[in-house]
Write a protein of this length. Structure first.
Lengths: 323, 315
């Protein structure tokens, strides 16, 4: 097994509100291995984006409440402002969900890149060769460097941010819903470009966050499914789609449309009910209200059980077999 | 019998300051919809699918062409006829939050339906009717009525809008990306709801960028590219035997669990070419030939109820 690059233990990131804490990420434990693409899947409000963003740029109203995230021997959640500035971008970087809006509209692309690199003791000129090489991977011409963000289409800006955010070859790259706003044909090319960047060592490992399991299936080595701020299951990609363990993973996969299944012949089923409100939420499995297999024990918080390397947080697996 | 006929529909927008150049958002589109059918309009951004929906709902005026509903030209309807049209044809859109006025309770959308379209229904009957339609879209009326939009989820609001359609007993629904903002586990139920409404006799124009959703729910599929329908027909035929190179490319890029892409292969992203070629897909087409630039394009029937706008189809 490859070494862990990032080890996250019992991490808690809450949102402070007038009415109390919204427990968006509530005791999440996982490791990101060297060289892997870890997919994080889940529906809106499950905490996947809070987790990804919190690891890179924790800012109010997000509040780090407990646990740790160890990168390079240090807990990156509890660093001084100066240390954070160095580690962020150089060791761990992010392509944010609205990457298109991340570029300062008043500056030329070249200037934006230079400003950023100078904060990290480098410069545009020093990295010119690398920048041009990476632009070629994402199918952008060198000419974009002399353009303003407004001159680029949304898809072009997104690909540009892919290049800019990885110029320091970070260990960890968080890609937050980078395919969600794109057309199908562009979606595929973006996934392929990200893969090529990783092959060419633009980053060591990727945390790929999306609500779309079908996209995740294409690129992730392992998939972590989150539900209501907690980890439901972490398994290798092939295993999780072939034999999902957690009832939520099962139902989520069953709700996906696929070629061959049409309403006229066969009905797909959604998951009845809605996720719980995470404001001041109490103990117990958070899926129990919607789970067809819930039983008395589900009133207590399920620990994470380990089944030959697969992790699942469900009382059904207390004795190992899930029955 | 087709009750909606779209004939040579074109919608142009002026470009630039003087508007001398035109953008053809919808370019000579023709199709028909029968009763009790779901027809998907599938395309990527800029394909014109939403513009067609808006034209059918009379939210836009066409530059040329006609839309005929139940024998009457939709754009010649006046007063009472127009009210009758909206009694029978309605739309639901992508963002349910923007369809509600946040300062009013949910009940208001139903009250407005009664006031505008069903004034004959007595006040005493109204509540029962509202509760009945809410129940049939899978909602619990006691958890919905009296609430404000922000207290409900996107999936619940979208169901409420469909319940409103049910109250009117609409004959044609224009559903524009109605599930793209919803989670996987809730969107299937909304799709199934559309399927059930179809069985009760309603037709749906299902506008989507998501091929797999269009495949699941629709009887017929229209694939659009830059304002034109490039392939159309029976959903099973279009998806199982795609002929237009654009349809093929789209289907290859749909991610599916259990079917891995070759990540090493290079996939050409957006390539917006000029408008000079007569085939709009010319610049991206892997099987183009020189005459595709100039020859006049026409829909070709490749099999029964399956047509393609490509010179190389059937060749």
């Amino acid at each position: 097994m490859r070494d862990a690059l990032l080890t996250v233990r019992d991490l808690k990131i809450y949102y402070r509100t007038l009415y109390g804490y919204v427990k968006a990420v509530d005791g999440v434990t996982f490791e990101l291995r060297d060289g892997e693409v870890l997919g994080i899947a889940g529906e809106s409000g499950c905490g996947k984006s809070t987790l990804g963003n919190g690891l890179v740029l924790l800012k109010p109203p997000m509040k780090y409440v407990g646990g740790e995230a160890i990168l390079d021997g240090k807990n990156i959640m509890a660093l001084s402002q100066r240390e954070i500035k160095r580690i962020r971008y150089e060791k761990i970087s992010i392509i944010p969900q609205y990457a298109m809006d991340a570029l300062n509209p008043t500056k030329k692309i070249k200037q934006i890149v230079d400003d950023l690199l100078r904060e990290h003791n480098s410069s545009f000129e020093e990295k010119r060769e690398l920048i041009e090489e990476r632009l070629a991977i994402v199918n952008l011409s060198k000419k974009v460097l002399n353009m303003y963000p407004i001159e680029l289409s949304g898809g072009m800006k997104q690909r540009l941010v892919m290049v800019i955010s990885t110029l320091m070859n970070p260990d960890v790259l968080v890609a937050d819903e980078i395919t969600s706003a794109l057309d199908v044909s562009t979606q595929r090319s973006v996934v392929q470009m990200l893969y090529e960047m990783k092959e060419k060592k633009a980053m060591k490992s990727i945390i790929f966050i999306t609500h779309d399991l079908a996209v995740l299936y294409q690129i992730a080595d392992r998939i972590m499914v989150m539900y209501a701020g907690k980890v439901a299951e972490i398994s290798p990609t092939e295993e999780i789609v072939r034999q999902p363990l957690h009832p939520y993973t099962k139902m989520l996969l069953a709700s996906l449309p696929k070629i061959g299944v049409r309403f006229v012949n066969e009905r797909l089923k959604g998951i009845p009910g809605y996720p719980p409100n995470l404001l001041n939420i109490g103990p117990g499995c958070r899926f129990r209200e919607r789970c067809p297999k819930a039983f008395a024990k589900c009133e207590q918080d399920p620990p994470i059980f380990d089944l030959n390397g697969r992790k699942v947080s469900c009382w059904l697996f207390e004795r190992g077999d899930g029955r | 019998m087709s009750f909606l006929v779209v004939q040579n529909l074109t919608k142009e927008y002026p470009l630039g300051l003087l508007g001398k150049e035109k953008l053809k958002a919808v370019d000579d589109v023709s199709f028909e919809i029968e009763r009790s059918k779901i027809v998907s309009l599938i395309g990527e951004s800029g394909s014109g699918k939403t513009t067609i929906g808006k034209l059918v709902l009379r939210l836009l005026k066409p530059t040329s062409g006609r839309i005929v509903f139940d024998g009457k030209d939709v754009f010649s309807l006046r007063k009472e006829e127009l009210r009758d049209y909206y009694r029978r044809v309605q739309g639901v859109f992508q963002d349910p939050f923007s369809s509600f006025n946040p300062i009013y309770k949910i009940d208001r959308v139903f009250d407005m339906v009664f006031e505008e379209f069903l004034p004959e229904v007595k006040a005493s009957e109204r509540k029962a009717r509202i509760e009945q339609v809410l129940t049939s879209v899978g909602l619990n009326p006691s958890q919905i009525l009296g609430k404000y939009p922000h207290q409900l989820s996107g999936g619940q609001l979208q169901r409420i809008l469909i319940a409103r359609i049910l109250l009117l007993d609409v004959e044609l629904l224009v559903a524009d990306e109605i599930i793209s903002m919803l989670d996987a586990s809730t969107r299937v139920d909304i799709l199934n709801l559309l399927g059930d409404l179809k069985k009760r006799g309603m037709s749906v124009i299902f506008i989507t960028h998501d091929l797999s959703l269009g495949y699941y729910i629709s009887d017929e599929a229209l694939i659009m590219y830059r304002g034109s329908i490039v392939e159309m027909g029976d959903t099973e035929k279009v998806f199982r035997n795609p002929v237009h190179p654009y349809t093929r490319m789209l289907l290859e890029s749909v991610p599916e669990v259990g079917k891995k892409w070759d990540l090493r292969e290079r996939f050409t992203p957006e390539l917006i070419g000029g408008d000079s070629a007569s085939c709009k897909y010319y610049d991206r087409c892997p099987i183009r030939e020189r005459h595709c630039r100039t020859a006049h394009l026409q829909m070709v029937e490749v099999e029964e109820n399956h047509k393609v706008l490509c010179l190389k189809a059937g060749a």
